[in-house]
Design a binder for this molecule. Structure first.
Ligand SMILES: [Fe+2]
Length: 281
């Protein structure tokens, strides 16, 4: 197996709000530029977006544009911005994309739960906010336990490949014992990736999951609760897939932003470097 680079990126939130002194459109343009410049320096095979392209179903302030105006910022994200990416990309839904299956497939072109292979790994994208899809009023998404039967079926379809599970979030407080048993016993699962909390950190799921870890892939909007752009800036997670396992780091490109009246000249930074060894060899 040769080394293959992929990226995880999430919580880009194209919407009415300005963060860090930029309009949403300016920020999206900046993100596409950052991703393409990174591609020129370190080519990657695939971007996996882990949800929250919008606030399409969040009816607060000027959010909830899909429910109120049938204006989809998920669709705008694709047609106005993602179209300019240099690498192929896959989109997993977030809690802010509560589209029913038909609308999601029409807008995005893939299934809400999906799977594909890259670099000798099977990537399964889990739709974990599927508890009450196609709401008629304000929704923050309803968590539903990870669909183990779907993952098992995909693993049977692609026998022998090491697996990366990813989704907008894996809420370990809401997952049943079967989730942890599955991770513990199914050694082909190498690691999990999520977004949602706008952080870069690693959650070790503990003994009951054989210490399989969830890597939180950061954000390209605003830092999570209790964090600032000094702690975690706009960025994405770089993953090198290898025969032995996956090498992971959070990458923050150079950017100048405004935070609470201060100009931050953020220099390129890598943080949260980790290596997740394959458990099946
Ligand atoms: Fe989210």
């Amino acid at each position: 197996m040769q080394k293959t680079r992929i990226l995880f990126c999430s919580d880009v939130h194209l919407c009415h709000a300005n963060w860090y002194g930029r309009t949403s459109a300016e920020r999206m343009g900046n993100m596409i530029k950052d991703l393409n410049e990174f591609y020129d320096k370190k080519p990657y095979e695939q971007i996996v977006f882990l949800g929250d392209y919008s606030l399409d179903h969040w009816v607060c302030g000027e959010g909830g544009t899909w429910l109120n105006q049938r204006l989809s910022n998920t669709d705008n994200f694709i047609k106005q911005f993602a179209k300019d990416l240099k690498a192929p990309y896959h989109m997993c839904p977030g809690n802010h994309e509560q589209y029913g299956h038909e609308d999601w497939e029409r807008i995005v072109g893939t299934k809400r739960d999906d799977a594909f292979t890259v670099g000798g790994y099977l990537i399964v994208t889990c739709d974990n906010f599927s508890g009450d899809l196609d709401p008629k009023q304000h929704s923050d998404g309803v968590y539903a336990a990870t669909k183990l039967d779907f993952i098992k079926a995909k693993m049977e379809e692609f026998p022998g490949l090491p697996v990366i599970l990813c989704g907008h979030y894996f809420d370990w407080n809401k997952e049943p014992a079967a989730f942890f048993d599955f991770l513990k016993n199914e050694k082909r699962i190498t690691a999990l990736f999520c977004g949602h909390d706008h952080r870069t950190e690693i959650t070790d799921l503990g003994e009951k999951a054989d210490h399989v870890c969830i890597y939180h892939d950061g954000h390209y909007s605003y830092s999570g609760d209790g964090k600032t752009p000094y702690d975690i800036m706009w960025g994405f997670t770089e993953v090198m897939l290898t025969e032995e396992g996956i090498d992971v780091k959070y990458v923050e490109p150079t950017n100048t932003v405004n935070f609470k009246g201060n100009v931050i000249e953020h220099q390129y930074r890598e943080q949260n470097h980790a290596f997740f060894r394959r458990r099946d060899i």
